[in-house]
Ligand binder design. Structure first.
Ligand code: URA
Length: 242
């Protein structure tokens, strides 16, 4: 955004007055006086000051974490009128948000929503994929050898998976709960990985994604990211922009 527009949008002055402020050397960007009207600033990253006082524009970005219950589709609208995750969001902001990535209808857990397109891209970009952590309950008791196959990468019909991190959480009554961490996000990936070692998934629940984790958020509930989580998200976004 042009510096004069930035000043106008932030309510400091009109666009014309902004030009005068800039021309008179009262405006700095990242500590350096700038006197070109057309100087480009990135409102999210650059520190703009007028007479040494910081100026910021309030962006309309929203961020929300949902603990998705099973039974809801990850989509903004469904042509067949089935229940979607959008119904679980606070009505006042639902219209401004969209889900980042997806969870299957029967999968529960952490789903992140934003209207910040660059951040959504940073979280799903194929080159910089963030870790996604799942609690996976499977039938039977996978052997150490099978789990090692998964940690190295396993052949699926759309090609081999990248290495995964896996450990056993609990074993009880003929089922095993594993913690599985992957970076890719192919369709039904965790289910297909487990199927490939002969242990179909009974229950799939995502507990973390990049810097975000569910903590004790109740099923069906939403919360905003903490300040620390938000800082980490914005760092991720910056790393993609570079
Ligand atoms: N892997 C799956 O198989 N399903 C999901 O919903 C998420 C990851």
């Amino acid at each position: 955004m042009r510096l004069n527009k930035f000043l106008a949008v932030s309510g400091i002055s009109s666009r014309r007055q902004a030009d005068q402020l800039i021309a008179s050397g009262r405006v700095s960007v990242n500590g350096v006086i700038v006197n070109q009207m057309g100087f480009q600033v990135e409102p999210e990253h650059d520190q703009v000051t007028v007479d040494g006082k910081p100026v910021s524009i309030k962006t309309n970005y929203e961020y929300l974490i949902l603990n998705k219950p099973p039974g809801y589709l990850t989509t903004v609208t469904d042509p067949f009128g089935r229940s979607t995750v959008m119904e679980l969001l606070p009505p006042n902001i639902a219209s401004r948000l969209y889900p980042v990535g997806r969870l299957d209808k029967d999968t529960s857990g952490l789903l992140f929503f934003t209207n910040d397109g660059d951040l959504a891209l940073a979280l799903t970009h194929p080159k910089h994929l963030v870790e996604k952590t799942y609690e996976v309950t499977v039938n039977g008791s996978p052997s150490a050898e099978s789990l090692t196959r998964l940690t190295h990468g396993i052949e699926l019909e759309d090609g081999p998976t990248a290495p995964a991190k896996i450990h056993v959480k609990t074993e009880q009554r003929g089922t095993t709960t594993l913690i599985v961490i992957i970076r890719e996000g192919r369709k039904r990936q965790v289910k297909r990985m487990m199927q490939a070692i002969g242990h179909p998934v009974i229950k799939l629940h995502r507990i973390a994604m990049g810097p975000l984790s569910l903590g004790d958020l109740k099923l069906g509930a939403t919360r905003r990211p903490t300040e620390k989580e938000l800082q980490e998200l914005l760092k991720l976004k910056e790393s993609i922009a570079k």
